[in-house]
Design a protein around this ligand. Structure first.
Ligand code: HDE
Length: 691
């Protein structure tokens, strides 16, 4: 299918059609009040005399101001900042053996989806690149109703039981006395929570790793976190965990970069996703499942109901079952991204829950929270939340009711309407809960099988490369270093001495914890290579390359580089001293995308310094250029320079034999140069570089 045909077929999806029926274009229309009355003057309020007081009678002024006064709704209590996009999902082959979910049966069916990516801690206006977990929530608009997979980019969670969620969130949100700090866990209350709630140790290791500073929403994994169930047509159930795997691989920022981007471009991730889709780049994730047979529930050294545990991929492989393509930005942020309401309890026949006590609590929270956020019980009628299949029941009335229900009957059972809407049998597609056998005493307690807090934290640590370990250590030093209370710093060090003694000692010496540290280190030697992002495949695709150039650039060389970059799927953009067009003696032109004022090295994945005597001379005269190149170097990113541009790198004092510096004078073979340059970009970061 051609790209054009594919786009068309998605545009014709039932969800797109449904949304279109609610979409309104004001372009070219006459202005009216909300009552449809044509407006004659939208600049002046009604007054008693030219310089007199405004009149209460001015219904138009009142309507306009009243609406404006109420334009905001409460932000989400967590995951307030996010960005949503549309797309579709297709299964690779029928999963009938494992689940009867209709959208997982037929590879030719494209199920429309809406995905919202988010940070967790910050307010709606906070920066995108903060150290935080990322939300990854997908709404599948299936023929059998909406199915929501509301996950994160980290496969485990901080707590084991829903009853602790308010405490966890209170601890990482800004402190209540002064509302400081915004969108950060680097403060006393969060670390006080961690120190006193050791079940958080595993997830904290992930949160201190590079996973918590992704390069792009398009370059991170997603996880359903909890154990769910698949149920097939015969009623056989298996435990299942869900994974999203990005086609672009997993990439992260470095911490210094992440902090600077939060100032230079707080919308970095949202802009990246929006622009990729506007440019027509396919944003793709494969869906994978890990499955455990019912009879194997107790075969592992962790409890599969414990959400602080993952299932090592080497032990329980991830079966890739389909692909999600995200390809359309919303028409309106508020109507779609802000009003979308996810709920892990939105399931379809063939997908069911486990007794994970965190999941069980979530099943209450998500509909409840929408009552305040979206102002009443009818949020399922908001266009973005409507299923694409018909829905009928007696749940009528309430704030903002859109549907006009006909007739006198609003109860079940009835004779007046032939007992309709009628319930459906399982064969007719009625949802029937899996008949799991449960027995036990009514107890407020936790299973002993949830008590091992450190083995998987240690496994995560064991699975990291040296560079990843260094990043985790410095994240701890930053975060715990910001904790004012010495006692908490000591407690944190003690806690992580249960994971790795050396790590704990290093943190201690950095954050001023002296005295002896007991070695409680877990003896676990397990290692799961799949947990390291350095083991994931790498690609130059979607890398943004800054081309530093001035008038007089060498066009032969530059055109070759631009072609090679475009062919590799990278995105070159020219940065210069001024906007407009650059030229050279051969009459070649080059459009400038950014100036040194409007961009920054941290917003790019690599740079190329264009050759050409005059261009290089001008670049050399600018301090900003030096800073740009030096910072790229400091962040381990690729720097390319050919012929006379190499002088510029030498002037800054860069050693040309350092990894990731592709600098060649007297380049005879431009193709070989371009090949090396693309290879270096594919590598992304050159950790062996000596700073
Ligand atoms: Fe959420 N969570 N959560 N959560 N969560 C919300 O629902 C909650 C948890 C996740 O883009 C809220 O509509 C409780 C785990 C995402 O709109 C709220 C517990 C995971 C999103 C809520 C958890 C998540 C939310 C806030 C512990 C990963 C954003 C606004 C029992 C598997 C969805 C809203 C979006 C949002 C409650 C734990 C993921 C308050 C009580 C674990 C991606 O209902």
């Amino acid at each position: 299918m051609s790209k054009e045909q594919e786009k068309k077929s998605v545009e014709e999806t039932s969800k797109k059609k449904q949304l279109d029926s609610f979409t309104k274009d004001n372009n070219g229309q006459k202005m009216t009040t909300n009552q449809g009355l044509k407006v004659s003057d939208d600049e002046n309020s009604l007054k008693a005399g030219e310089r007199g007081p405004s009149l209460l009678e001015d219904f138009y002024l009142r309507e306009k101001i009243m609406h404006f006064d109420h334009e905001r709704i409460p932000e989400r209590v967590v995951h307030a900042r996010g960005y949503g996009v549309h797309g579709y999902f297709q299964v690779y082959e029928s999963l009938a053996e494992f689940t009867k979910a209709k959208f997982l049966q037929d590879p030719s069916v494209k199920t429309p989806v809406f995905v919202r990516f988010s940070t967790v801690a910050g307010s709606r206006g906070s920066g995108d690149t903060v150290r935080d977990v990322r939300g990854f929530a997908t709404k599948f608009y299936t023929e059998e109703g909406n199915y929501d997979l509301v996950g994160n980019n980290i496969p485990v969670f901080f707590i084991q039981d829903a009853i602790k969620f308010p405490d966890l969130v209170h601890s990482f949100k800004p402190e209540p006395n002064n509302e400081i700090p915004q969108a950060q866990t680097a403060h006393d209350t969060f670390w006080d929570f961690v120190a006193n709630n050791p079940e958080s140790a595993h997830m904290v290791m992930w949160a201190m790793s590079d996973r918590a500073i992704p390069r792009s929403y398009r370059m991170m994994e997603g996880f359903g976190v909890h154990t769910f169930r698949f149920v097939n047509q015969e009623g056989k159930s298996r435990f299942v965990k869900f994974h999203w795997k990005p086609k672009l691989g997993v990439r992260s920022l470095v911490w210094d970069e992440a902090q600077k981007i939060a100032g230079k471009d707080p919308d970095f991730h949202r802009r990246d996703l929006y622009e990729a889709i506007e440019m027509g780049q396919a944003v793709e994730f494969e869906l994978g499942v890990q499955m455990i047979e019912e009879e194997d529930e107790f075969r592992f050294d962790f409890d599969i109901l414990d959400p602080t545990k993952l299932w090592p991929e080497e032990v329980i492989p991830v079966k890739i079952i389909g692909k999600m393509t995200l390809n359309r930005n919303p028409d309106n942020y508020f109507a779609e991204t802000e009003q979308v309401a996810f709920h892990p309890g939105n399931v379809v026949p063939g997908i069911d829950f486990s007794n994970d006590p965190l999941l069980q609590g979530r099943l209450f929270s998500y509909t409840d929270t929408q009552l305040t956020r979206l102002g009443g019980p009818n949020f399922h009628e908001i266009p973005i939340n409507r299923p694409v299949c018909p829905f009928h029941n007696h749940q009528n009335d309430g704030y903002h009711r859109m549907t006009i229900n006909k007739g006198p009957v609003s109860y079940h059972k009835n004779s007046l309407q032939n007992n309709t809407p009628a319930t459906s049998t399982e064969e007719e597609g009625g949802y029937v809960h899996y008949q799991e056998k449960v027995e036990g005493r009514k107890v407020r307690t936790r299973s002993d099988s949830f008590n091992d807090y450190f083995s998987q934290a240690k496994m995560f640590w064991n699975s990291m490369t040296d560079v990843e370990k260094e990043h985790i250590l410095s994240a701890f030093c930053f975060e715990v270093g910001k904790v004012k209370n010495k006692g908490i710093r000591k407690q944190v060090v003690d806690l992580f001495s249960h994971v790795d003694y050396e790590l704990a000692k290093e943190i201690a010496s950095n954050v001023g914890v002296d005295g002896s540290i007991s070695n409680h280190e877990s003896t676990v030697t397990l290692n799961s290579p799949a947990l390291s992002q350095e083991t994931k495949s790498k690609s130059p695709k979607s890398s943004k390359i800054a081309i530093l150039a001035e008038d007089g650039f060498n066009s032969l060389e530059l055109n070759g580089v631009l072609d090679a970059l475009n062919e590799a799927g990278a995105i070159p953009e020219v940065v210069s001293n001024h906007l407009g067009v650059l030229s050279n003696d051969e009459g070649q032109k080059l459009d400038v995308s950014y100036t040194f004022q409007t961009s920054d090295s941290v917003l790019f994945d690599a740079i190329y310094v264009a050759g050409g005597e005059k261009s290089v001379e001008k670049l050399m005269a600018q301090k900003e250029v030096e800073d740009f190149i030096y910072e790229t170097f400091k962040h381990y990113k690729t720097i390319g320079a050919a012929d006379d541009a190499v002088k510029l790198l030498e002037k800054i004092g860069l050693q040309l034999n350092q990894p990731g510096i592709v600098a060649k004078t007297n380049t005879k073979d431009l193709n070989a140069f371009n090949k090396d340059f693309i290879e270096a970009i594919t590598e992304q970061r050159h950790w062996k570089r000596q700073l």
